[in-house]
Design a protein around this ligand. Structure first.
Ligand code: AR6
Length: 181
């Protein structure tokens, strides 16, 4: 399952699959503030990328302290095909969480721009352990991407990688509605 949306500067590709298999300059991890990559997509990234990603994450937290909700930290990508892993800390679903989820996505895209990358792959941040409904996450992500499109510099390709048919179908419906075509 794949669908592409062509915006002004960005091409957005929605796909169903495993984000650790994607060849992009950076892949985004759905992390917690302590960068302890225990479950979900984080554990999958560690399994395939290697323990050096956890070691680098631990070093980051030792040096800079925990990553605030809505923020990101960047590490290398170990054995993955990507060059970097951008660890984005999404919120738990609840009151006031939408702005923080938007901030996590904006921070991830901004980090990619700062590194002058052209492609980035994102999972459905906060929709696993952190309890966000797919639909709410999809709406926030589509709005952030549409806004980001207007000021994209190096970034050209955003891949949104959904785990499972159900997540894909919800994102497809929402992205069709919000990003057209
Ligand atoms: N590829 C793409 N998406 C995936 C993969 C994969 N290999 N595996 C799971 N997902 P979650 P969160 C989807 O729980 O809700 C972790 O323990 C999954 O189906 O990974 O932000 C962290 O260490 C879901 O749709 O992240 C944090 O403590 C989405 O990725 C906490 O969970 C996000 O699910 C973060 O919770």
């Amino acid at each position: 399952m794949v669908r592409e949306f062509t915006l002004n500067w960005l091409t957005v590709k929605l796909m169903e699959g495993d984000i650790t298999e994607i060849e992009a300059d950076a892949i985004v991890n759905a992390a917690n503030s302590y960068l302890k990559h225990g479950g979900g997509v984080a554990a999958a990234i560690l399994r395939k990328g290697g323990l050096e990603i956890q070691e680098e994450s631990d070093r980051y937290v030792r040096e800079h302290g925990p990553v605030p909700v809505g923020g990101v930290a960047v590490t290398g990508a170990g054995k993955l095909k990507a060059k970097y892993v951008i660890h984005a800390v999404g919120p738990r679903y609840g009151e006031g969480s939408d702005e923080k989820l938007a901030s996590a996505i904006i921070s991830a895209l901004s980090a990619a721009e700062k590194l002058e990358l052209s492609s980035i792959a994102l999972p459905a941040i906060s929709t696993g352990v952190y309890g966000y409904p797919y639909e709410a996450c999809a709406r926030i992500m589509a709005d952030v991407i549409r806004e980001f499109d207007l000021r994209a510099k190096s970034l050209r390709n955003i891949i949104v990688c959904l785990y499972g048919r159900q997540a894909y179908e919800v994102f497809e419906r929402v992205f069709l509605e919000k990003l057209g075509k």
